[in-house]
Write a protein that binds this ligand. Structure first.
Ligand SMILES: CC(C)(COP(=O)(O)OP(=O)(O)OC[C@H]1O[C@@H](n2cnc3c(N)ncnc32)[C@H](O)[C@@H]1OP(=O)(O)O)[C@@H](O)C(=O)NCCC(=O)NCCS
Length: 158
């Protein structure tokens, strides 16, 4: 069945909230996603669809030339089929279209699956945000987005 990456719509929110609930210990509500879609001009969310079914989603905030990955999740039944990679690729492409030259994210150090995916996409670990999660620090990762305006130095400290 073909996989498509599309802009998230309010009609997708029930499916998104269902996946979110099974993927995260402290899930966002459908209302949080609705508010992101309707009220946050910096936010851009996408869904992965297999046929008619929403099988994953992810989002970015883009502020000037910086993008931040806010979330990424795939329905458990559809994992390890390239859906997460397709979503991440789509979100990086969207970030680039919107003028971002670097993208950052936070991930749990214990989240082996996500860390492996991000590393495969060229994200580098740059430090820890203390107590970012209720029970764990957040590992901060960055990668450049090649573009006509040139890349930002990969080391935010320099
Ligand atoms: C992380 C997540 C989005 C990956 O989605 P996915 O659709 O299964 O990922 P893909 O099939 O596209 O995998 C792409 C690559 O990522 C890596 N990867 C993905 N899942 C992995 C796992 N469980 N163990 C090791 N590597 C993994 C592999 O390198 C994989 O390539 P391969 O299958 O050719 O080996 C998914 O596991 C998920 O939704 N997790 C729960 C929510 C979450 O933790 N989100 C990230 C928050 S920061």
């Amino acid at each position: 069945m073909s996989l498509t990456i599309e802009q998230m719509k309010t009609a997708d929110l029930e499916d998104v909230a269902r996946i979110e609930k099974s993927a995260f210990e402290q899930p966002w509500t459908a209302q949080s996603f609705r508010s992101e879609l309707i009220k946050n001009d910096l936010a851009h969310y996408m869904v992965a669809r297999m046929g008619e079914r929403v099988v994953g989603y992810g989002g970015i905030w883009v502020i000037f030339n910086e993008a931040h990955l806010t979330t990424l999740a795939v329905d458990k039944v559809y994992r390890r089929r390239g859906v997460g990679a397709a979503l991440l690729s789509g979100l990086i492409e969207r970030s680039s279209q919107l003028g971002a030259r670097r993208i950052s994210l936070e991930v749990r150090p214990s989240n082996h699956a996500a860390r492996t995916l991000y590393k495969k996409f060229g994200f580098n670990a740059r430090g820890l945000r203390k107590h970012y999660y209720t029970d764990e620090d957040g590992l901060v990762m960055f990668r450049n987005i090649p573009g006509a305006a040139g890349e930002i130095d990969n080391d935010p400290a320099s």
